[in-house]
Design a protein around this ligand. Sequence first.
Ligand SMILES: Cc1cc2nc3c(=O)[nH]c(=O)nc-3n(C[C@H](O)[C@H](O)[C@H](O)COP(=O)(O)OP(=O)(O)OC[C@H]3O[C@@H](n4cnc5c(N)ncnc54)[C@H](O)[C@@H]3O)c2cc1C
Ligand SMILES: *[C@@H]1O[C@H](CO)[C@@H](O)[C@H](O)[C@H]1NC(C)=O
Length: 472
Amino acid sequence: MSSTIIRVVVVGAASAGATAAKSLSQSSSCGSGPGNSKVQVTVVERRDHYFHNIGALHGSVEPTGFLPKLFLPLDRLFESKWGKCPRDKYKSGTSSSSGGGSDTVNEKARGGSDDDGCGDHSVVRGTLTETHPNHIVLDNGQELPFDYLVLATGSDNHSPAKIVSLTREDGIKEIRGFNQELEKASKVLIIGGGAVGVELAGEIATKYGPTSDISGSGGSKAVTLVHGNSKLGASHLNQKFHDDVKAKLEQLGVNVYLNERIIMPPDVKLDNKVCSRIINSISGKEFESDLQILATGNRINTDYMKTLAPTITSKISEKLDSIIPLVDPETNHIRVKPTLQLADPAYPHIFAPGDVNDLPHSEKNAMKAKTQGDTVAKNIKALIDVNYHGLRKSGNIKEANEALEKAALSDWSNFPRNTGMVTVGPNMGSVQFLGWNLTGGFGNFVIRKTKGKDYLLSFFGSTYGYKPDQSK
Ligand SMILES: Cc1cc2nc3c(=O)[nH]c(=O)nc-3n(C[C@H](O)[C@H](O)[C@H](O)COP(=O)(O)OP(=O)(O)OC[C@H]3O[C@@H](n4cnc5c(N)ncnc54)[C@H](O)[C@@H]3O)c2cc1C
Ligand SMILES: *[C@@H]1O[C@H](CO)[C@@H](O)[C@H](O)[C@H]1NC(C)=O
């Protein structure tokens, strides 16, 4: 008995993508669609693992015990304790090696053969380079057709907040290399006091700062954090939060400078290597240091969108129409609707959850990426229920549009709003929850009970089927 395969391709296996993929693979009766159809989920990920970047900065001061736990393999992504496809039902799939570094990373992630009622899900290693309306292209030339596409490629950041390396082995080397430079340094300058800069300053000061109990070679390190405005930690939170972050950094001996804009030396490329430098700010201050670390914002991964043509225009004047791009030209974010579908009505079958989309900064973090992944899975199921893909494929535009209208799509609901959490080392930090200021000792208590405990590794790791200590 042959069945129709509904192909869902998910690119990016971090909070947003892994959540969407897992949820779709576990939809009713192991991913079966209406009639005699089956949902087949293919995850594309450029890395050979999920890197839990929430713990990266702690990992960069704890490079032996903690760091290796941050890399979780993708081979158990489609397993579930509660799903209908327990692991022992899996047949080992065939690894379809296609060369060029892009092959099926794991056989066990394949949900068995086509006829065991469990779909045929897989994880493919590769980098998305081109997006087209009905297929994508990877860096090795491989083409993957899709009925529904989830773009969850997130953002890159300066090392060590996010790594450049694509393998676990190189990633561990990358952060250990950073730690070796840090060990050698005596005056550390961190440029940028958003969440990443604050958390890095907190980790370094806790481990090596003037109030730490480090002694002997290297001695304790001076840590200086320079921020361009007055909102430390996360710009959308309350002033009470920012003040609390500052007080806690200073308690650890960090020298905090607000409203100081650094003049980046034009001929210098900061590479996290020890080097004595004096760097100036616009106001004329001089910052002397022997290790300079950039913590100045992220870069959104959307290069692969250039091949997808925008189809809507807006009137600039009576005579002039301008095309509305799919990607915000200033920020590189993909423009989405509240349903997380692309904002362009030509692509209702393409979704973009997580850091990659143009929702406001205050609506971005790993927790929200996860709930956005859930919304995307729900909405794809709703489109499958009305057979949108089938009508689209058969070229039946009118009926496809009617099906779209009928589909029970949900808007992503942003909960909790006005919320954020920044660690200042593992034992301290500031929290705002639904606008409430959890500062002082209470903030520290909440941090110790939540993020400071394991940097949310067991929480996010559960999506991948790993407990923190099993990943090695
Ligand atoms: C140091 C640090 C600390 C943080 N702390 C917290 C915190 O405490 N709590 C919190 O909620 N959030 C925190 N965040 C934010 C959080 O990490 C992000 O919001 C979250 O990771 C976004 O998830 P995502 O799935 O959208 O994208 P990402 O995590 O960026 O993942 C994107 C994935 O796509 C892959 N990818 C990218 N491009 C391609 C391509 N072309 N082809 C194939 N694969 C590709 C990447 O390898 C990656 O696996 C922190 C961030 C940093 C940097
Ligand atoms: C939190 O602090 C801000 C000041 O930054 C204040 O305006 C606000 O009322 C406080 N919120 C609560 C719930 O106390």
